[in-house]
Design a protein around this ligand. Structure first.
Ligand SMILES: [Zn+2]
Length: 118
């Protein structure tokens, strides 16, 4: 697959390949736009697959943009810088969300039939 990172829907759903897709409009987060491509807020689309219900951003990141965004990802400067754009986002909030997500996933995984004994 060689879909452009600017229009990832062009070759169909990223999971199942169908072209039966629906677009929803949103904005690229201020911090991601700043960090990945040094720009301000911009409209973008979230694509929803009508076959498998997978959702993905139509605009992805080029390799260069991905490298810019993930360079020193989640080091102390990352949190300080991101917090200027998203005041709610701190290391404490991130760590708390991560811990609660892991707990929920852990509990959910234990309900999987393949883990049931007897
Ligand atoms: Zn799909």
């Amino acid at each position: 697959m060689s879909a452009s990172h600017l229009a990832r829907h062009a070759e169909g759903c990223l999971c199942c390949g169908t072209t039966n897709l629906t677009a929803e409009h949103t904005l690229i987060s201020l911090y991601l736009a700043f960090k990945a491509f040094n720009a301000g807020p911009a409209p973008c689309r979230i694509i929803r697959c009508n076959n498998c219900d997978f959702r993905f951003y139509d605009r992805g990141l080029s390799e260069e943009e991905g490298n810019a965004y993930y360079q020193k990802y989640r080091d102390e400067n990352y949190f300080t810088e991101r917090n200027k754009f998203e005041p709610f986002y701190t290391r404490a909030v991130h760590d708390d969300l991560t811990e609660r997500t892991e707990q929920r996933l852990g509990a959910w995984i234990l309900t999987m039939p393949f883990l049931q004994l007897g």
